[in-house]
Write a protein of this length. Structure first.
Length: 85
């Protein structure tokens, strides 16, 4: 993992991951280069997953009622609403 990767934004990591997938899907890379790309793709995938989990935890903190209790639907699942930037 390079020293720059933790500073990657989710969107940048996802774009790099998509580029790697496209390269691998073409099947034109030599084996060693394919393995290197695959390893980088796994690292980027994990980074994206971690960032998504962090975002989910931050959202859960924001979706609490006045008593600090999570807002849930009738089935006890966290209430979801469409994201509106």
């Amino acid at each position: 993992m390079t020293t720059e990767e933790p500073a990657l934004k989710f969107e940048d990591a996802l774009k790099k991951l998509e580029e790697i997938v496209q390269k691998l899907e073409r099947g034109e890379l030599p084996l060693e280069e394919s393995l290197t790309c695959y390893e980088e793709g796994i690292r980027l995938s994990r980074l994206c997953h971690t960032k998504l989990e962090e975002a989910e935890r931050r959202i859960e903190v924001l979706v609490k009622d006045a008593k600090g209790e999570p807002v849930v639907d009738d089935s006890g699942q966290p209430k979801k609403a469409p994201f509106r930037p």
